[in-house]
Design a protein around this ligand. Structure first.
Ligand code: ADP
Ligand code: MG
Length: 511
């Protein structure tokens, strides 16, 4: 569609601001207000919510790219389930990251301790999100395709808010866009269904069932393991409410702060190591935890001291199904992504076929989504990367990433050479160097904290997937694609995290 999204008049902007603000609050497309909007002292009881930043219009997104992302998701689920089962490969990756990364080292120690005594739970739940940007080769005659930014195996967020965002844009497309001076007729936009909240909840529900009947005298429950002071709480609540929609099985859900694991949970006597949870507000109740869904634990700030690592170990050795296990969390490191994507050479063949065995089409559908990622070690590829990273011109096409999650950790373009100079060379192998994907920019308007920001934007597509597998029998029990996320940010901004305050929620208008 030419001239899409349309320009709007200032008064149309005012009207859409009112409409979106209220729809967002009425439907829980919300976050707890950031301190810049409401000072903490002004809301001592934590009773306020505010609309999440969103685009006024769903961004145009190539249908071929959208379909490509959906089509490859189950293969990605299979790939990461298989990598989680390959302990030797992950051990090698951890070794290559090296001692300079204490976080990964400590995480791996948790796995080794549990391995020593033997895991009692072999089933594993993955709620994944594969993130992409659109890439168009120089010649504009070739079809655009998607390139992967990263693959998330822990705390993949925004599935709760994303389906709501799709519904908001659908609502606007029938009520508001037809009334604009440059109107868009009802039905003119191609807005795909988005079952992200329901899809992720279904993954948790099936893991709850897979756990089997309780083996203590207590009822089963699900724990959402969260961070204290979480602002993105409604995203998580939507998943919880989706879980409650099914009458059978009835699933009690509790939110447990990571810092309170040892205080409120214990392991049952005997060899079963069932995880028992006593809700502090319901002291006469005890539950057997069937599933631990982690929305925390992915970065060093959740582990301020050794007791936090003990808490993670305590969960890992329990019989609860973890989403994710330590192995799956390590499988999600950027180092693993780099090893998978480092260009194939005769002396270094792609290892993908080890994991997705069935047919070469699956392997090539994965390969199509890779962009160049290099190690910074002393292999041939690593030495090439060191040259790029030190070169004031070449570095402008790259991003340097440490083994971290959650936004705000990467080093971009011209900041790379001075940054690397400031880091001892022995620590370089804990970083990866990735080619920047440069999606075509276009214009859209973002409503953020009640203000309209108009300008150039770029989009990042996330496709959710859920997978349950057995580490021992190596069988996949359930593998599903689970809806999508579109995040949009200003084309001058490097990072796109919504929670970190850089980006905003969006949905796709397929073109
Ligand atoms: P995190 O684990 O912190 O989310 P990401 O790898 O997703 O780390 O990087 C954060 C953001 O940086 C992404 O959402 C994206 O906007 C931008 N980014 C990361 N890698 C690339 C890349 N190769 N090309 C373009 N942008 C990128
Ligand atoms: Mg990311």
């Amino acid at each position: 569609m030419a001239n899409y999204p349309p320009e709007i008049t200032p008064s149309e902007g005012e009207r859409m601001t009112e409409v979106i603000k209220d729809w967002a609050l009425a439907h829980g497309l919300t976050v707890r207000p950031p301190p810049a909007v409401i000072a903490a002292e002004a809301d001592p009881n934590g009773i306020l919510a505010t609309a999440v930043p969103v685009t006024l219009f769903p961004s145009p997104f190539p249908q071929v790219c959208f379909d490509q992302g959906l089509a490859v998701q189950k293969t990605y689920n299979e790939l990461y389930a298989a990598i989680s089962q390959d302990e030797a490969f992950l051990a090698q990756v951890v070794k290559e990251i090296g001692d300079s990364d204490d976080f990964i080292t400590e995480l791996w120690k948790v796995h080794l301790r549990v391995k020593e005594e033997g895991y009692v739970q072999h089933k594993s739940l993955g709620l994944f999100r594969s993130d992409y940007m659109v890439h168009q080769d120089g010649a504009s005659s070739t079809a655009p395709h998607i390139k992967q930014v990263e693959f998330n195996t822990i705390a993949s967020s925004f599935g709760g808010l994303s389906s709501q965002t799709s519904l908001l844009h659908k609502y606007l497309s029938t009520t508001e866009y037809p009334l604009l001076e440059k109107s868009i007729e009802k039905g003119a936009l191609n807005l795909p269904q988005n079952g992200s909240a329901a899809g992720l909840a279904a993954g948790i529900r099936h893991a709850f069932i897979e756990y089997g009947p309780p083996t203590t005298n207590y009822r089963k429950c699900v724990i959402f393991l969260v961070q204290g002071g979480e602002r993105n709480i409604f995203d998580q609540r939507h998943l919880e409410y989706e879980l409650q929609k099914s009458e059978e099985p009835q699933i009690p859900v509790f939110r447990l702060p990571f810092s309170e694991i040892l205080q409120h949970t214990s392991l049952a006597e005997g060899s079963g190591r069932q995880l028992l949870y006593r809700p502090p507000q319901l002291p006469s109740h005890t539950f057997e935890v069937a599933v631990i869904y982690m929305r925390s634990g992915y970065g060093p700030s959740d582990y301020p001291d050794q007791s936090a690592w003990e808490a993670r170990y305590h969960l890992e050795r329990s019989a609860a199904i973890k989403c994710p296990t330590v192995l799956t969390q390590v499988a999600g490191t950027k180092k693993v992504q780099q090893v998978l994507a480092t260009p194939e050479t005769p002396s270094n063949p792609s290892i993908l076929s080890r994991y997705v065995s069935k047919d070469s089409a699956s392997v090539s559908s994965l390969l199509d989504t890779f962009t160049n990622i290099y190690p910074l070690d002393d292999t041939e590829a690593g030495l090439k990367a060191r040259k790029i990273a030190a070169d004031p011109e070449l570095c402008k096409g790259y991003v340097l990433k440490p083994q971290r999650e959650g936004g705000g950790n990467n080093i971009y373009r011209s900041s790379i050479p001075p940054f690397l100079k400031s880091v001892p060379e022995s620590h370089w192998p804990s970083y990866i160097l990735m080619k920047l994907i440069t999606p075509p920019p276009f214009k859209n308007t973002i409503l953020r904290n009640g203000n309209l920001e108009h300008g150039g934007v770029i989009c990042e597509l996330g496709i959710y997937g859920t997978c349950i597998w057995d580490q021992q029998s190596k069988k996949i029990v359930r593998n599903e694609q689970a809806g999508y996320l579109l995040r949009t940010k200003g084309d001058k901004s490097e990072e796109g995290g919504v929670a970190a305050g850089f980006g905003c929620m969006d949905s796709c208008s397929l073109v």
